[in-house]
Design a protein around this ligand. Sequence first.
Ligand SMILES: C[S@@+](CC[C@H](N)C(=O)[O-])C[C@H]1O[C@@H](n2cnc3c(N)ncnc32)[C@H](O)[C@@H]1O
Length: 277
Amino acid sequence: MIDTQIRPLSEQTFNLFRDLIYEKTNINMRDSKHILVSNRLRKRIVALGLCGYDEYYNYLTKGENRDKELPHFIDAVSTNETYFFREMNHFGALGELILPELFGFKKQIRIWCAGCSSGEEPYTLRIVVDEYFDRAGTGKAEIIATDISTDMIEKARNGVYGERAIRFVPEEVMKRFFFPVGGGCYQITPELKSGVDFRVHNLLKEDPPENSFDLIFCRNVMIYFDKAIQRRLVDEYFAEVLDPRGYLCIGHSESLTGTSQRFRYLRGIKAPIYKLE
Ligand SMILES: C[S@@+](CC[C@H](N)C(=O)[O-])C[C@H]1O[C@@H](n2cnc3c(N)ncnc32)[C@H](O)[C@@H]1O
């Protein structure tokens, strides 16, 4: 099917997709997301050679391929924007405050990067943690990174990034952890790659990947969920697996004020970092 022959996404079919997106991911697609959803789904329709949105909806919900198509649908509708050293203040606080404190009473820590997209965030965590170990001369950290999108986890495991993703990577970090692979792209070193354990995982439908963490990064993920889901996620899910002395980091445009009853905001750090009450 040629792209231009596809009829625009009707309001009625948009509502069907919106309900399906909410059912599968709890992501709230407001009316203003109509064009975004139609553009993203059009690519799947063209790739599958289907005639239009209604046919795609049936393919996704009734056809024999529905289980196989669902991950592609989820990939198509999720927003995966990310890059290395995004929201730098968290990483500053990590190296200067959080890691020295945690390693004051532990020899080994476990970190969960939830909603890690294509890997830039957990690899940045690995770099910052390893640099701290170099300075401190000791320490061990396991990093588990999860995302609902199979495409993003595959990209993360592959570890090849373009210029946009690496634009804030300091030069000395580039020299140590990246090598050019042509076409303006860079691959991370095998050492860095082996420092993160990636898993496909839905935060709202599956148990946490492990039962205890010292640090949870969940940045720019909750922004897509409504308040009730955000509260459930932090107070009934993260709080249950976070060590009482651990830390929760969320995105700069997110806040738990008025949402959480179990986490308190840490003042004096220029980043939204929380501890259990
Ligand atoms: C905007 S990206 C944020 C990436 C990274 N945390 C950062 O701040 O740069 C949001 C990510 O959350 C993931 N996501 C959305 N809903 C999810 C869910 N229910 N479970 C796991 N990951 C989810 C998306 O697939 C996407 O990769």
